[in-house]
Design a protein around this ligand. Structure first.
Ligand code: BT5
Length: 241
């Protein structure tokens, strides 16, 4: 594993994407600040100042994309929960990969793949932003979400380097096994951390909303919804509202 440390970038994911063909498997890009951090779809990721984590991991597991790589975001959410627990908080996962503390979003994960026209997988860019140090006022100004930062939860400042090392160690400790077993490796941990199961929920899937009982997480990490007419729908993409 090699870590490339940058000062300011638009987005560590964009930087990693642009340079992935020249960088090895397991190269990590971290930046002190991001001027145009990205979320999923067209959303953005707010930079709450120096001391927060903005990181992208370049992964080149094989030359062909395998279905289980789609679960890397869920794998990373479980890894992050384990690290946050070391700091004494009780994180929960909101499907598919939001990590929350007391219902407040503390991190965001964004996975992007570079696949050539012939089908060859160049790399998967697994990006993560974690709010480690912030002022309550700045967190309150994040649009459309109730958010938090680790220092606000535990009343202490957090060492970014130390946190980053813990996260990367935990990520790579089981990464090779994850590549073999896929979601099955983390399914139990993921379910234990979930805050939405057995509840009536609404899920935004592109421009439609699905309502139903969140019945289970299937073996592929999909969300099984039981709709009013007792029909089962398995969702693989979406946002719980
Ligand atoms: C995400 O998107 O949560 C994925 C965010 C990934 C950010 C990392 S930082 C390093 C790497 N480089 C990048 O450019 N991106 C990755 P999504 O589920 O679409 O959620 C985005 C929504 O979260 C926004 O629309 C806001 O409502 C909220 N949000 C934005 N910034 C936030 C923050 N700092 N803390 C908590 N919530 C935030």
């Amino acid at each position: 594993m090699r870590i490339i440390e940058l000062d300011n970038v638009e987005s560590t994911n964009s930087y990693a994407k642009a340079s992935a063909d020249m960088l090895d498997d397991k190269t990590v890009i971290v930046a002190k600040s991001q001027s145009a951090g990205r979320g999923r779809l067209t959303r953005s990721w707010v930079d709450l100042g120096e001391g927060n984590l903005f990181m992208s991991i370049i992964l080149k597991p094989s030359e062909v994309f395998e279905e289980k790589y789609s679960n890397l975001t869920q794998y990373l959410s479980v890894v992050l929960c384990k690290v946050l627990e070391v700091y004494g908080v009780n994180p929960q996962i909101k499907w598919p990969n939001d990590v929350l503390i007391d219902g407040k979003k503390i991190a965001g994960i964004l996975s992007e793949s570079i696949i050539h026209s012939g089908g060859k997988l160049e790399a998967i860019i697994l990006g993560i932003g974690v709010n480690l140090i912030a002022k309550q006022l700045d967190v309150d100004n994040i649009p459309n979400k109730i958010a938090t930062a680790l220092n606000l939860e535990i009343g202490e400042s957090i060492d970014l380097k130390e946190f980053t090392v813990k996260l990367l160690d935990e990520f790579f400790a089981h990464y090779d096994e994850f590549l073999v077993k896929g979601f099955e490796l983390i399914r139990e941990d993921y379910i234990n951390k979930s805050n939405f199961l057995n509840k009536e929920i609404s899920v935004q899937v592109f421009n439609r909303v699905e309502n139903g009982l969140a019945k289970e997480i299937d073996t592929n990490g999909g969300l099984v919804l039981l709709t009013k007419d007792d029909k089962k729908t398995v969702l693989t993409i979406g946002d719980i509202l």
